[in-house]
Design a protein around this ligand. Structure first.
Ligand SMILES: *Cc1c(COP(=O)(O)O)cnc(C)c1O
Length: 245
């Protein structure tokens, strides 16, 4: 039976996984001399059903993320009765902006001016204010975008300024995915240190842009040690995704 309380076996599995992730975050905070409260766990529920989101909410999870609008929209709708905040973390087409601003409180993947414009119009029309993060591609060359989205570090200031002055949007900080290629490949700690430098620079002109979204299942420890404020964890909580995305 799969009633309102959900599958108890799956619930126990998610609880155990969450406890292990929680322990990793706490250990990394202790190592870095940080307060555990400085780090927010965002559970990435992509490819997993709304029933899992419901179980996670029952276990105290409040922040969840998705990377595709087609999947996120229906899932957010199916769990609209729960006290959840949704984060959009995937590459975003401008024609999806109107849909995303309906359920997402944060978009972590802003990487071009056209997207700022689309999100701003959509948020204004929906009467919403969306927290936005500039996605930084640490493996992108000057002026380029990375393969997994994101802009080269030298493009961050212009995008940040655009976000900060866009109606309906709020500049909240920066996001990155540890690069698989380039100088930072296999060096998540160095990558996250670099992101922290870019974040410090950003906060000189935008002091409220304090979010640093970095770290996934494999490298959340390094991200927390470096100073991340938000970690985005999928696999370590929900299990290995079929097809690995
Ligand atoms: C899928 C995804 C995650 C979570 O990755 P895991 O390795 O499963 O923890 C984090 N961030 C983004 C942008 C993602 O697409």
């Amino acid at each position: 039976m799969n009633g309102a309380a959900g599958d108890p076996v799956r619930g126990a599995q998610l609880a155990a996984n969450l406890a292990r992730v929680e322990e990793r975050i706490a250990d990394a905070c202790a190592t870095a001399g940080r307060d555990r409260k400085e780090v927010t766990l965002i559970v990435v529920t992509k490819t997993y059903p709304a029933t899992d989101v419901r179980l996670l909410a029952g276990l105290g999870v409040r922040e969840v993320a998705e990377n595709r609008d087609q999947e996120a929209g229906p899932k957010a709708e199916a769990t609209a009765d729960l006290p959840l905040s949704w984060h959009f973390v995937g590459q975003l087409q401008t024609n999806k902006a109107r849909s995303v601003v309906r359920y997402a409180d944060h978009v972590h993947s802003v990487d071009r001016l056209r997207l700022v414009g689309a999100l701003s119009s959509a948020a204004t029309a929906a009467g919403r204010r969306i927290g936005c993060l500039v996605q930084v591609a640490l493996d992108a060359e000057s002026g380029d975008r990375g393969e997994r989205g994101g802009v080269a570090p030298d493009a961050v200031p212009a995008l940040a300024d655009a976000l900060a002055s866009a109606p309906g949007l709020r500049l909240d900080g920066l996001m990155t995915v540890a690069p698989l290629s380039g100088a930072y490949a296999g060096q998540p700690r160095a990558a996250f240190d670099r992101l922290m430098e870019i974040s410090s620079r950003l906060r000189e002109t935008h002091p409220a842009a304090t979010m640093v979204s970095a770290g996934m299942s494999q490298d959340l420890d390094e991200a927390v040690t470096a100073g991340a404020t938000h970690v985005r964890v999928g696999t370590a909580v929900l299990g290995v995704r079929p097809g690995l995305r």
